[in-house]
Design a protein around this ligand. Structure first.
Ligand code: NAD
Length: 407
């Protein structure tokens, strides 16, 4: 059993599974969140979002004594803190909005012991710790560490265990302590480096993904103009031993890929030109999909009120809707004073957008043309039910339907 008492700050998509994995691995863990409703749910033995394997991990962690609190004083005597709170970007200047990290750090710092280890696990722009966090450290000495997370929703529990990870710290000794804590659940390679390199690495990883997705999405537009099948072009190009083009889609979303590259654009506007273009290309996809769908609807004489959006999440088989291309499309329609299309997502069980239906049958009754924005297993298994509809499949996930359109 690891001797350090760990508190995880922020019981969200990252903080909760991390707490559970630590507890499951034998670490004394206390989960802390400002949101007392969330804490009450966790204290009552229920998880707060859907994720493959999360309930089982929760059961194991409960057996190992994981606890949750929204009372700040409860966390005072802990040795190590892992801060996992949101890190949005400012929509105007594109720089990181560090306010959540700063506020969480201030809370921890106000109660923690001398020499506590405070790990920022939130994704932050390069230099954030030096610019915004280190100046908050006054007479009480603490150790600052950055340990970004790489897990993907839908496969979080597997990836927590198997991904390699990075620890950014000021000295090797602290790095080794933090490494021993993460090793309680992580079998991957754990690299120790400086804080600045760890900050940059995480943002660079997500930027790499964004740029590669943007290339596939730009090819969609080029191939449309050229009158050729983009999927055939990608399939054949990928036979080249050193080419690996990703699949295009309706855009990107989530709290990572559609956010983190902006940090580089905000801080390095003169240098991050490719990064900015990639962001703009991916953000243009929802309105591009709309253009293609309208062309089909016009050709077939389908009225706008009979067009439906299938899939509100940003990824398949998860319930996370943050920054999703469907939400971007709905916002875009609203910005043009248009009524949002009727929408449905089997993973989103409460209405979050206007004109959303919570029943698939109801959705099918209301639409003649379905824009498939997400390849949930549900739609792939519902082929018979949708076979009479016109489908625009942005995910290339459906086959063998009569009225099937794609890029
Ligand atoms: N979601 C992902 O797939 C993913 C993957 C890798 C990295 N990240 C990064 O992890 C960080 C957290 O993301 P998330 O998706 O878990 O966010 P989230 O919104 O799901 O969770 C954040 C939690 O922090 C709590 N919180 C906010 N301020 C607080 C404070 N001062 N004290 C205590 N609790 C506070 C909120 O109530 C919320 O429960 C972000 O920086 C994100 O970029 C996310």
């Amino acid at each position: 059993m690891n001797k350090y008492k760990v508190t995880v700050i922020g019981m969200g998509y990252i903080g909760l599974p991390t707490s559970l994995a630590l507890a499951y691995g034998g670490v004394d863990v206390l989960g802390y969140d400002l949101d007392s409703k969330k804490i009450n749910t966790l204290q009552s033995g229920k998880t707060t979002f859907k994720e493959k394997g999360l309930d089982e991990l929760f059961a194991g962690a409960l057996q190992n004594g994981v606890k949750f609190t929204s009372v700040l004083n409860d966390i005072a005597n802990r040795d190590v803190f892992i801060i996992s709170v949101p890190t949005p970007y400012d929509r105007d200047d594109k720089k990181i909005d560090p306010s959540y990290v700063v506020s969480a750090f201030n809370s921890v710092y106000s109660v923690c012991k001398e020499k506590a280890i405070i790990i920022i696990e939130s994704t932050i722009s390069p230099g954030t710790i030096d610019r915004f966090v280190r100046p908050l450290v006054k007479e009480k000495a603490i150790h600052l560490v950055h340990c970004p997370e790489r897990i993907i929703p839908g496969n979080m529990i597997y990836e927590l265990k198997h991904n390699s990870r990075t620890i950014g710290c000021d000295n090797e000794e602290i790095g080794e302590i933090v490494k021993s804590i993460y090793q309680s659940f992580c079998d991957g390679n754990i690299v120790i480096t400086s804080i600045k390199v760890a900050e940059m690495t995480k943002v660079v990883e997500n930027t790499f993904r964004d740029i590669n997705i943007a290339f596939a999405n730009e090819l969609v537009k080029i191939c449309e103009k050229a009158g050729i099948d983009v999927y055939e072009v990608i399939r054949i190009s990928n036979m080249h031993p050193r080419v690996n083009i990703l699949q295009p889609g309706p855009g990107v979303g989530g709290h990572c890929i559609s956010v983190d590259p902006w940090f580089l654009v905000g801080d390095y506007p003169e240098e991050a030109k490719l990064v900015k273009q990639a962001r703009l290309i991916n953000d243009s996809m929802p309105s591009y999909v709309l253009k293609r769908v309208k062309e089909i609807a016009n050709k077939l004489g389908i009225k706008e009120e009979r067009i439906g959006i299938y899939g509100l999440t940003y990824k398949e088989n998860v319930d996370d809707v943050r920054e999703s291309p469907s939400l971007q499309m709905i916002e875009y329609l609203e910005s043009m004073n248009k009524k949002p299309f009727v929408s449905y997502d089997p993973w989103v069980e409460t209405a979050i957008v206007p004109n959303q239906t919570l029943s698939f049958d109801d959705f099918l009754n209301k639409v003649d043309l379905i824009i498939v924005m997400q390849n949930h297993s549900h739609i792939i298994n519902a082929k018979e039910k949708i076979s009479g509809k016109v489908i625009f499949d942005t995910k290339h996930c459906l086959e063998g339907l009569d009225k099937l359109y794609r890029y």
